[in-house]
Design a protein around this ligand. Sequence first.
Ligand code: GTP
Ligand code: MG
Length: 344
Amino acid sequence: TRDRSEALRTPIVAVLGHVDHGKTSLLDKIRGSAVSEGEAGAITQHIGATAVPLDTISGIAGSLVDPDDFDLPGLLFIDTPGHHSFSTLRSRGGALADIAVLVVDVNDGFQPQTEEAIDILKRTGTPFIVAANKIDTTPGWNPQEGEPIQATYEAQSDRARSRLDENLYEIIGQLSDSGFSADLYWRVQDFQANVGVVPVSAVTGEGVPDLLTVLMGLSQRYMKDQMAIDVEGPGAGTVLEVKEEKGFGTTLDVVMYDGTVREGDEIVVGGMQEPIVTEVRALLQPKPLAEIRTEKRFDRVDSVAAAAGVKIAAPDLADAMAGAPVRVIRDRDREAVIADVESE
Ligand code: GTP
Ligand code: MG
């Protein structure tokens, strides 16, 4: 017997926004990790990927989420750099996304890479919500660790609340200037017509239950059809990074967005000169909640189904390129798959 969710893939959620607005910290809060603290100058320089299972999401969201309402297996978060010099990586992250979280520092509002992220989302037609982050820095704030936004609001003085509201309305106005009708998420009825703004703090975790609830709700409601894929079909993905791995030589960190890749599969990968045809020697999967970009320990697995981050070990990968497509050949025509990779 087959579980219903086996045919539904995990939605891919890109986290975009200006440098230092708190993208990695927000993911750290969700993962219970400290990836941001390990970064040189707290600057993210690569794309990351983290699988967050449904039980973790419902654990954080508490009473806001009933796991029985969902049959999507969780969310795959893609972290992107906000520093201006990494625009290629932001575009790549945006292109992978089914849905996005635009992180905006509630005090700073829109900044150049916020605008750039909005342009990427417009170009790719990716639906998104806004995480108005760092609400804990509002003067006079009374933090409510891990609480949903309503409980947090009720605990604030009138003065703190109106200061935050002013900042939130500023962001809503900036979204409007960029051509998006937006409002605080609890006032949004139709998320396809309006962008929902979720006030959050990556430090205190306030509003994070709401953020995850909105993301799951949107995915379930508007994207379920897109998520229904042939999970057994030949895999397709994008290379995030080409890395040396002890005992495995050159490996690829890949985000798989379709089908399955298995050990022994013949794959085609975009290379510097021409497509590389090789055979998967090992598949190394980070544990749930681990960031593939920084993780040192991996589980060796026989196969990986989309959507997921996976490290692929195979011969002849020295010329593989970050950003290149990866395709499993399996029962498809080899030359056609090679031509596909070449044209991408
Ligand atoms: P890039 O990846 O380089 O674009 O930055 P980022 O958006 O990932 O920002 P990061 O998570 O590294 O956070 C930048 C700084 O802001 C760090 O010092 C964080 O501790 C701080 N920070 C992030 N979120 C919050 C928040 O909600 N409240 C407060 N007070 N500080 C925060
Ligand atoms: Mg970061």
